[in-house]
Design a protein around this ligand. Sequence first.
Ligand SMILES: O=c1[nH]c(=O)c2[nH]c(=O)[nH]c2[nH]1
Length: 308
Amino acid sequence: MSAEISYGKGNITLYRTYAKPMLGLTEIPESEFSGRENILFAVDVDVEVFGNNFIAAYTEGINTDVVATDTMKNFVLKKAIAFDGSTLEGFINFLGQEFLNTYPQMRSLRVTGREQPFAAARLPHPNGGNTNSEVLFSRSRNDYAVTVLDFEREGNATKIVAHSCGRVGFQLIKVTGSLFANFARDEYTTLPEMSDRPLFIYLDVYWKYADVENAIASDLSHYIPAEQVRDFVQVVFHEFVSKSIQHLVYEMGVRLLQRFPQMAEVSFAAENRLWDTAFVSDADSKIKVYCDPRPPYGMIKLTLNRDD
Ligand SMILES: O=c1[nH]c(=O)c2[nH]c(=O)[nH]c2[nH]1
C-alpha cells in the first residue's frame, strides 16, 4: 500500500486595510491601469501542506507533526498585518516563506491566493468630474486575480518550485463581429453556419514568468498586473474578428507574449456560452432578444509557450 497525503486550510478570507500602494509598474498602451492604492487588500487564501512526516496522523492518529489548520488560519491572518508589499504574488510568497521558516514540520507547501475585488465608490469631485472614495468600497462579482505558488526547502532556504498567475472569471459578450463557419459537417451536424454571432464566453487566463523573481520582487517594473492583462484581453476581443473561440484565444495568447516579454507561458480555459436568438425585430434585424443556451457548453483550452 502506498499513500499520498496533504492537508491544509481552504477559504481563509481576509481584508487588510492600508497595504502599501502598488507603484512603479510599466504601463502598456492597451490599459489605463498604472497602480492601485491598496486601501483595501482583500484576499481568499488556501494553504496545502505536503510531506510524508505526518503520515502517522493518518495511520495511527498521532498528531505530533500536525500543525492544526486552525493555527494555519490564525497565522495567515496575523501575517497579513506584517505584509509590507503591494501585490497578490508578493503576499502569497510572504506567507509561503513565513510558513516554512516557522514550521519545520512542513516539508513543502502550496499557497493559493484569490483576490477579493472591491471597487472604490465614485463620488462627485468638488472641482468637477468624479473621484474615488477613499473609505467606501463595493464588492465586485467580476473577474479577479489568482496566484498559486509551490514552495520547497533547499538547505536552510526556501524556493518557489512552481508558480501560476492569472485573471479568472471573465464573462464577456461581444454582440457582433464574431464568426463560426466552414466547420466539419456530417449526418450529426445541426448547427448552422454563423457569419455573425453574439459571442458570450466565460474565460480564465493564466501565465507564468520566465523568472519567477519578477512576480514577487518589490521592484514592479517587470511585474505583470492582472488588471493590465484584463484590459489587454478585452482590447483583443473588441477588435479581433474571430472565426472561432480557438482563433480568439490564440490571438490573445500571441499578442500577450509579444506585449509582456517577461511572460514565458500563457494559457486559456474558455467556455462557449453563446446566447440563443429568441426573437428578431421586424423593423430592424439588428435588434434582437437573446436567451441563455441550454447546457452543455463548449470547452476550449490553449497553452502557448515561447519557442526560445
Ligand atoms: O468557437 C467555437 N468553436 C467550436 O469548436 C464550436 N463548436 C460549436 O458547436 N460552436 C463552436 N464555436
